[in-house]
Write a protein that binds this ligand. Sequence first.
Ligand code: SF4
Length: 297
Amino acid sequence: MNNFDLNCCTVCPRECGVDRYKTKGACGVGAEVRVAKTMLHKFEEPCISGCDPERGSGAIFFAGCSLKCVFCQNKAISRGECGEVFATAELADEMLRLQDMGAHNINLVTPTHYIPQIIDALDIAKPRLNIPVVFNTGGYEKAETIRCLDGYADIFLADFKYGTSELAKKYSAAENYPEVAARALKEMLSITGTPVFGSNGLMKKGIIIRHLVLPGGRRDSEAALRLIADTVPSSDVLLALMRQYTPDFAPAEIKELRRKVTSFEYNYVLDVATSLGFDGFTQDKESAQTIFTPDFN
Ligand code: SF4
């Protein structure tokens, strides 16, 4: 059992203080764990999904989210209560089932608001899990909550979405995102240490920071990368610099988000990343090299 109190929830930086047994917080869910989907996911970074078509990353997609990104591609599951209710033991069983199916890791997607329940499930499953546990998060985490994942999290697949409070407020209603995410990142690194790969090229430990370049957002991206580099040594993490923003999910009234990212914008941010010493991925899992290239997608 963990020490979180869902009667007065302060698990994430929203710190709603609501009784999740009676109502929902800003994350859109109560105390029951709701799982929207589980699957062998083939399209994470190569060192997470591997290249065997029969295998993949054992993804568990949770319903709800404490961030409110206007351009979210998963609004169908991120905005509230959908999916199936999983009791603690059932969640542990699902992790073990994914392992039996050949999952390279257990990939907990948007787990923030369920961290207390996930810790309980991992207490059951961990003795029989022999694959890494990945916390796949939007990056908006309390450092104190992340600290509780020591001994549970092997890998963080963590977004670092914004470098300025202006964009964080405008697009995710989270003005304090940059400083909160930076504190959390530091804590993540203290848990995982620097990246470790197996002889098969799959990641065993470490942090992959995902940053999605937004249309019109290259200056914010630059600020985000500089903040990351000021927070942790760039050589201690891997950076996935993403360019696959799709405008279809953005509201019509936010005009600057209604287009794709240009090559100029992406390359500008890529140059900043390179100058700051970040490494990333090639798409070739066999090499699992930390050589920064723009085509890791
Ligand atoms: S996890 Fe949900 S209820 Fe708890 S503080 Fe965050 S948004 Fe609020």
